[in-house]
Design a protein around this ligand. Structure first.
Ligand SMILES: Cc1cc2nc3c(=O)[nH]c(=O)nc-3n(C[C@H](O)[C@H](O)[C@H](O)COP(=O)(O)OP(=O)(O)OC[C@H]3O[C@@H](n4cnc5c(N)ncnc54)[C@H](O)[C@@H]3O)c2cc1C
Length: 417
């Protein structure tokens, strides 16, 4: 039997899905409206020519508490990256390892021009310290930029420039490391506690798993909300909907358009190019960083080294991340990126087959201080109007999922059952 929805959720990304799951658990009737054909928002994968192409290089940090609560990891068939990184610097490739997990790498990792010996011990001590404090304690630490935080920790310039800068700019999607130190501490902690992993059939399997738990009657796709006023949702073509509570679960820019009393956050952009190869440029499930910080490329991964299924048998899938956004013509842009790839892998990269580029303009909300002065921003705007999404929390899978649950809890607290 179809029950009239008491709650309408606008947006079916991770935040909207997480909100819907909590409402479902509480048996609160709701309707989720998603503008696009598919649910998942920024967490989607395309199956293209037998390759799984994530819409931008993205990983699940398995220690995210909210992901642990909501996801069935074994069903996702997660495969982890090694807790190490390759750094290309001045024409050579060096390996930096988490020595607690890869003690055998001690000689290759300790003696490299990527940071001093002291840096490696500082890294070890930082990990121990961050692991000792609890997640809520993060908010007690003073907030500064990531760069200032690393300088205050005493890391050398070479360690910051050749390792931290390319590694964390690939996560924060900005090269200046201006992102809040609280985000750095959170990510560093998650990487220390768990691994960076990919589901066997692409990152989009995360959204698909969540969506599968919802009844199809509670979801409408291809339903873009044009405007929202006085509790009435306008879907165009003279169709309006109302509910006791409305949860706006879109990205921050769209949320600010629908709810003009919300400020629109600035967004960071990233572009991801995919290549198919007959032979991987390296064999390990490990990311390669641009330690020179020169040229368009920030990092390169061979995704099929992490999960075989990302590529058809006998082939490899390579992803290349470039920070920022440009309107350049696709093939000209690809040629510019390939030039650097050929410089790095002269024999191989020339033969790689270009597959596709994803340009994600609104990839993550800016999280420069004081963005995370409070890790969790309010999700209730006023009576009957709620908001969730990664712009209300940390810009991450964890933040989106948690904000969705918080919004649902706020709705449940307001609506009599
Ligand atoms: C390339 C990339 C790499 C990333 N890497 C990582 C990573 O490695 N680890 C990590 O933890 N996080 C990463 N993130 C961040 C993470 O993906 C996001 O924080 C998270 O997915 C945001 O989810 P959301 O539900 O808040 O927003 P969204 O995913 O943006 O969902 C919003 C939904 O609302 C819909 N919508 C918008 N307007 C309307 C409307 N008017 N009517 C109806 N529906 C509407 C949209 O279509 C969309 O489905 C990455 C993001 C990107 C893009």
């Amino acid at each position: 039997m179809k029950v009239a929805p008491r709650v309408i959720i606008i947006g079916g990304g991770l935040a909207g899905l997480s909100c819907a799951l909590r409402l479902k658990e509480a048996e609160m009737p709701f309707l989720l409206l998603e503008a696009n054909k598919h649910l998942g928002g920024r967490v989607q994968t395309d199956h293209f020519d037998e390759y799984f192409l994530d819409r931008g290089f993205q990983v699940l940090l398995t220690a995210y508490p909210e992901a642990q609560r909501l996801l069935d990891y074994s069903q996702l068939d997660l495969h982890s990256f090694q807790a190490s990184a390759l750094v290309r610097w001045q024409g050579k490739i060096y390996k930096i390892s988490d020595l607690m997990r890869h003690p055998l790498d001690i000689f290759t990792s300790l003696i490299t021009p990527i940071g001093t010996l002291e840096d490696k011990f500082k890294l070890f001590r930082l990990k121990e310290r961050i692991l000792r404090s609890s997640l809520p304690e993060l908010e007690l630490h003073p907030e500064t930029t990531t760069l200032e935080f690393l300088k205050n920790e005493g890391f050398s310039k070479s360690m910051i420039e050749r390792f931290f800068r390319p590694f964390f700019s690939g996560i924060f999607l900005e090269p200046a490391l201006n992102t809040s130190s609280r985000m750095f501490e959170l990510v560093f902690r998650m990487l220390s506690e768990g691994t960076a992993a990919l589901p066997a059939e692409g990152i989009g399997a995360i959204s698909r798993q969540l969506a599968k738990k919802l009844a199809p009657v509670s979801i409408r796709t291809n339903a873009r909300v044009l405007s929202l006023q006085d509790g009435i949702i306008n879907l165009g073509q003279a169709e309006t909907l109302g509910a006791e509570a409305i949860v706006v679960a879109t990205d921050g820019i769209e949320a600010a358009r629908l709810l003009p009393d919300l400020p629109a956050p600035a967004y960071r952009s990233v572009m991801c190019l995919y290549y198919a190869a007959l032979k991987p440029p390296w064999e390990e499930p490990i990311v390669l960083l641009n330690g020179d910080n020169r040229g368009p490329i920030n990092n390169v991964s061979v995704l099929s080294n992490v999960c075989l299924k990302y590529a058809p048998e006998g082939h490899s899938l390579i992803s290349v991340s470039v920070l920022g956004y440009n309107d350049e013509e696709e093939l000209e842009f690809e040629a510019m990126v390939r030039k650097q790839l050929v410089e790095w892998f002269p024999e191989d990269a020339i033969k790689w087959r270009y597959l596709r580029t994803y340009k994600v303009k609104h990839a993550q909300p800016n999280q420069n201080p004081p963005a995370l002065a409070s890790l969790q921003r309010p999700v209730k705007l006023r009576q009957g109007v709620f908001v969730c999404g990664d712009h209300r929390d940390t810009a991450s899978i964890q933040g989106a999922l948690l904000s969705g649950r918080r919004a649902a809890e706020a709705v449940l607290a307001d609506l009599p059952s």
